[in-house]
Design a protein around this ligand. Sequence first.
Ligand code: FAD
Length: 393
Amino acid sequence: MDLTLSPRERDLQERAASFARTQLFPNEMAIEEHGSLPGDILARLRKEVLAAGFNAINHSREHGGQGLSLFEQTLVNEQFGMATGGIGGVAWQPAIPLKEGTPEQLRRYLEPSCRGERTYCFAISEADAGSDPRQVKTTAVRLGSRYYLSGEKWFVTHGDIADFIMVHALVDGDPEKPTVFLVDKDRPGIRVKRVPKFMHNFMSEHPEYIFEKVELGEEDILGTVGGGLDLTKDWFVETRLKIAAHCVGAATRATEIANNYAAERVQFGKPIREFQGIEFMLADMVVEIMAAKSLLYRIAWQASQRPDRKLAHAYASAVKLQASEMAGRVIDKALQILGGRGYMRENPVERLYRDVRVDRIWEGTSEVQRVVIGSQIKKRGLGIYTGWIATDY
Ligand SMILES: Cc1cc2nc3c(=O)[nH]c(=O)nc-3n(C[C@H](O)[C@H](O)[C@H](O)COP(=O)(O)OP(=O)(O)OC[C@H]3O[C@@H](n4cnc5c(N)ncnc54)[C@H](O)[C@@H]3O)c2cc1C
């Protein structure tokens, strides 16, 4: 078993680290100051993304992406996850279900999205549909060959900078017909209800949307009528692995900052790292990161080698659960080591502390990940998680 990174993987990792250091870190505070990333900085960074070849790393070259494997994407996402305010999101990654589009949809949505000319957001959650997307009430009423979309969507990340919305709705209100619609934001009948503020300051907003009889056609359906839940699950697999990679990156950066500080900060006549109370925290932090990173790399590599929709869903939950809970614990300790300085917003550790809190909530809460894992154990046995590379579960 050879676990060394190939020269290509090491090069990718180094390029992503350099991009984070030179382009992302210097612009983090702009998000803190303005509440989101100012448009001129976003536009400039998007040009840098194209120049560095980090656009659409998750899509094939055929569609205009970089064609990176899931493992390679993970190496990049880990480095970008070190930056605060979700600023790594300037390197756009169009939603993976877009590749299921018709040739016309690929031309209208995916290909320009890969080039950075279009931006998506994905609207599933509603007031009464959070952990349980089956409770979605947004409905597309069918009249002949037309559909009329009505409902309300919450927490739509990137809603302010997107120009189209992937809306998860029920055709004719039928729970057996969950369907994803591609909805251009400038269609009549769409309006922003409000733009709430959240614990983190983020590169974009998370508005609430109202849809009132928005007219759509067959050509706006992604995949099939009734196929919406599978498409949404594909999106969850991708985003859960991405969140896990961000969490490993965030915990690593916080630990590096805490480690440097512990070496320099002198109290009671010696660097604080000489106190076992501090040294033990650092020891626990690195072991936690090592465990999460090992799991993340293994699952990302496995998914790259043997793509399997159901297994990917089962494993993505485990990785996301472990990495997001780990990041919360590790960054809390990093902040403690930094003392009062760790509580200052100008310190990246304070921002990482707020940033990673939502990683235990979005794309399925930690409890929902446990529900997925529990049901997989019942269905396939413990071995899916406690065994080694799955071939026969
Ligand atoms: C900043 C932010 C951005 C977001 N972006 C998007 C987006 O772009 N698109 C989108 O569609 N959604 C988005 N979301 C919504 C997010 O996915 C939901 O918040 C999340 O799925 C949880 O749903 P909920 O908030 O309604 O909580 P609820 O489902 O109401 O859960 C409340 C509590 O009950 C627990 N719970 C629920 N069911 C179970 C169970 N079976 N067993 C045990 N405990 C359970 C939960 O874990 C939680 O602790 C975003 C949320 C946030 C905060």
